[in-house]
Design a protein around this ligand. Structure first.
Ligand SMILES: [Fe+2]
Ligand SMILES: [Fe+2]
Length: 174
């Protein structure tokens, strides 16, 4: 049966026959995907100072990654890299948007192309991606452990899961 589903992390909706294993927009695992009829906007409690600091850091981390992937996508001649970076840049931008909502920061929907952020080389691109994703995983593990607010915990759990998948896909293709 075709249904509308919604992701409790990024709030995006999609039409599908079954819940997919991940949110197609932010990569959150299936436990965060609900029937759109049951969806409720997540409530956010007052943020602790540590969460504010971690979320600010994560926002910049996501924007930086999105910009680099966008550059790789535009420069590469390799269709696999073009496809992979097209989705990664969108996913990381979605992550920045999720985080931005909590700290009152807006993401401009267009990422300016900075040519000097990457090269067209496939191996270099994948190595840089691995470095970025591994760094994100390390940070999000720490931030998840430090979070006390349910919403912040959920976000870091979902993002950690998404970035771990990005590490896997990168390593499998290096
Ligand atoms: Fe991300
Ligand atoms: Fe990622």
């Amino acid at each position: 049966m075709v249904q509308v589903f919604r992701c409790k992390i990024c709030g995006e909706a999609f039409v599908a026959n079954h819940k997919s294993t991940h949110c197609p927009f932010c990569g959150a695992p299936v436990k965060f995907i609900v029937d759109a009829k049951e969806y409720q906007e997540p409530e956010v409690s007052e943020l602790t100072e540590i969460s504010k600091k971690n979320l600010e850091f994560s926002f910049d981390l996501e924007i930086n990654a999105a910009q680099i992937y966008h550059c790789m996508r535009k420069k590469s001649k390799d269709e696999f890299i073009i496809g992979m970076m097209k989705t990664l840049s969108k996913v990381e931008l979605e992550h920045a948007e999720v985080i931005g909502k909590l700290i009152g920061k807006d993401v401009s929907c267009k990422i300016p192309l900075k040519e000097d952020l990457c090269t067209a080389d496939r191996k270099e691109s994948l190595e840089k991606t691995k470095e970025l994703e591994t760094g994100a995983v390390e940070h999000y593990k720490k931030f998840l452990a430090e979070a006390t607010e349910q919403r912040v915990k959920d976000i870091f759990e979902a993002l950690l899961h998404a970035e771990q998948d990005h590490v896997k896909i990168t390593e499998e293709n290096l």
